[in-house]
Every structure is written in structure tokens, then in C-alpha cells.
Design a protein around this ligand. Sequence first.
Ligand code: NAP
Length: 451
Amino acid sequence: MRTHAVAIVGSGPSGFYAAGALLDSEDPPVRVDMYDRLATPWGLVRAGVAPDHPKIKSVSNQYEKIAARPGFRFFGHVHIGEDVTVDELLDRYDAVIYAVGSQTERRLGIEGEDRPGSLASVDFVGWYNGHPDYVDLDPDLSADRAVVIGAGNVALDVARMLLLGEADLRATDTADHAIEGFVGSAVREVVVCGRRGPVEAAFTTTELRELDDIEGLTTVVDPAQIPSADGDAELAKGTRRNVEILRGWAERGPDPDAARRMEFRFLRSPLRLLGDGEDGPVTGVELAVNRLETSDDGRVRPVDTGERETVECGLVFRAVGYKGMALPGVPFDEGSGTIPHTEGRIEGREREYVVGWIKRGPTGIIGTNRKDANETVRGLLADLATGARDGASVASAEEVEEWLSGRCSDLVDLDGWEAIDAHERAAGEPGGRPRVKVVDRAAFMDLVRPT
Ligand code: NAP
């Protein structure tokens, strides 16, 4: 049987799990070309997962194994929708899978949201992780107190990175520009605000528990905000553990000698960011104090009590979730920020599929993407097996390479990425760091095409 050709747009976890599942197929055999607009693969594993979480980042070992398999190719610095259209891909492959993730932020929609000092966590996370789009963010970290809006794992990542001690920070692959930024930072206190209660918070237990291990950090929780232990038995396991940890911190009280504080404040919604005039820097956040109400559908909703509270701060980080962006020429649902599909088959399309956050929205941990990608690939392989959806004029591997070389002046193939990877790891060795990240397009190309 002929080897079928599939293009995957995006090289994060969902793209790699899809690639692995496709390469497992023997009948029909499949080859995979994976595209990324960056020079480097791995998506959020490189540019999203916090640098002080090397164990989570080590999932990239699995992706390296997939990339080493026969039939896999990587093409970096190819921006689908700009350098190349989706129609051009469909002309050259039997099928195309979109694995582009959720690349932007959900907005708060409140007054003062765009004041200087108010930052989207998407941008800040990209900055400290060396994502080329955000290296110039240069956040002003001269305030001593920051507020993080949101009670999810991204909020915790941002709060933790702001409060990490220098020695902890220098052992990571945090981008060098961000290490210097953090070392010079004046931030000593971060207030994490959740609009609902501890029970409804979206943190995972491991992420909460690890705060106890951070040198010089004390966690602060108002005991009045923690439900009594009587109700613990009714909580789901993860939620119960979260509540137990928060209760432990509330009962213990803050360590007055700690150099840095992370405070959790629940039942608070941001109403507006305060500052001088219309566009003066952030000086504080006005918060609504909420109570909780259970709707008919069982969802616990925050309801404004009318009471107000102000937290003075010079920085606000918005960490209320990510949002997908439309890809030119591909259906898109603005409301959910996802591509409409049925079990991964894009609605109204014949040979186009979707995986990951752009399929189901920005939820779940990295491993969630494996099951998600397997579902899509099952459907895709079933469609290929019928033959009815074969591409009419699939290009050979050589023809694709020739086409791309003519179109993209800074093309990075798998060998190119491996040269970047080897350089970064070697640069990290003397300092005991996993790698020192290259963040600049020209510097990537110097490694890909040494003179
Ligand atoms: P998330 O888990 O959906 O959390 C978003 C938080 O923002 C929720 O607390 C939500 O509260 C709150 N929120 C939403 N709209 C708000 C508004 N208008 N005002 C105030 N608060 C608002 O999203 P995330 O933190 O961006 O994480 C995305 C996914 O990546 C999650 O599945 C997460 O677990 C995963 N992740 C995992 C790790 C890790 O494993 N270490 C690290 C980072 C991210 P409500 O619940 O009330 O809506």
C-alpha cells in the first residue's frame, strides 16, 4: 500500500502525540511532516511549562524519540497562513492536522486592563521562557507587590517565578534576559486572587504543595476563607487535598521572617485596575468581594456582595485562561476560540483534522493530549483506509523540501533543530543548567547554517 503523507501544523505535545500515533500505523503506512512557525519544536513544553519544573519539561524525551523515527520530518520557521497557505498544504498532503494550541489570552474586560504594569500571563510566561515573540517585553519589576488574577496553574507558575530565590532561578533554563530581570526585581509579595473559593480553585495539588519547598517563601491564607474540615469527606480527592494544604497554611500562619510572601485571596473579582489618569501605570486593583451561589445546573457561581476592597500594587498579571486564534482559511468558532469538529474531523472539511487545545480548549495537563490526539488519528486513519479522501496530487518528500526551500529563506529542518538543541545543552553544562536558550532568529540561523 502507498505511504500516505500527513502534515501537522504545530509541534507541541498534541502535534507530537498525533505524529507518534500516525507513525505507528502500518496499514496504511504514513509519513509525517511537522511544521512550526518557530525554529524550535515542543510548543508549550519549551515555551509554557515553568522553567523550575524540569521534570514536566522532560516529557520532551518522548518527542525526541518520535522525531527520530523513520518517516518523520520537522520544518521550522514556516508560518502557515503567512509563508504558506493551508490550501497549498492540502495540495501536497493526503491530510492536514492543526495542532496550533491556544496562542492568546482571555481578556478580563475591565477598566484599566491595559495600563502599564498590567501584563497578560501569556506574554510574561513567553518572556521568561525565551519565546522569540516576547523577548522584548522587558517588564518593569520595580514594584514590591504584584497581584495575580486567576486561581489556576498558570497563576501559580507566574506567582512562583516572581518569588523564586536567585539560586533556584539560576539552576533553570529560564531565558538569560529574564534571569537578569528577576534578579533585579523588587517584588517580594504576590497576592493570588480567585473569584470563587478554595474548593473551586483550578490549582493541582502538586503545584500547591511544592510551594512549601521554596527557600525563603511563606504562604499566607486567611483562616476565615477556608471551609471547615467537616465537609472534606464530600470533596473530590484532588480538591480535598488542595483544601487541606490551604487549611494547613491558614492554621500555621505566615512566617514573619520570610523574605517573600505569596498570599491567596479567594472570593475576589477584579473590578478595575487603578492608576493616574487614563493610562498611568497600575497603582492598585479594586476587587469585588463575592459570595457563592449554586445555579440550577449545579455550577457554583461568584456573586458580588457589593463590598469593595483595594489592593495596592505596581504589577497585575492576568492569568484567567488562554484562547485560540483563527488560522487563515480554517473554520473557527470565536466564542470558544476553537476549531469546530466532530471527534477531530473539522466540520465541513474533507481532509482536515484538529488536535489539542485548538480542538478542545485550553484545559488539561500535557498527558491529556495523548488521548485527544489518538481520537483524531483513529478517525483520520479510518478515512485514509477508505481511499475516498486521498489527496489528488500528493507531493513526494523531495518535492515538498524543494518547494519549502524556495519559499522560506530561514527553513530549519530536524538536523537544524538538533544543532540548536546541542548548542543550548552544551551552553548550559558549565552552570549546571538544562540549557541556555537561544532566543533570536539570526542566532538560530547561525547555528543551523554555520559559516
Ligand atoms: P485554568 O486552569 O482554566 O484557570 C483559570 C482561572 O482563571 C480559574 O481560576 C478561573 O476561575 C479564573 N478566571 C477565569 N475568568 C476569570 C475572570 N473573568 N475573573 C477572574 N478569574 C477568572 O487556566 P490556566 O491556569 O490558564 O491553565 C490552563 C491549563 O493548563 C489548565 O488545564 C492547567 O492545569 C494547565 N497547566 C498545568 C500546569 C502544571 O501541570 N504544572 C501548569 C500550567 C498550566 P473560575 O474557575 O471561576 O472560572
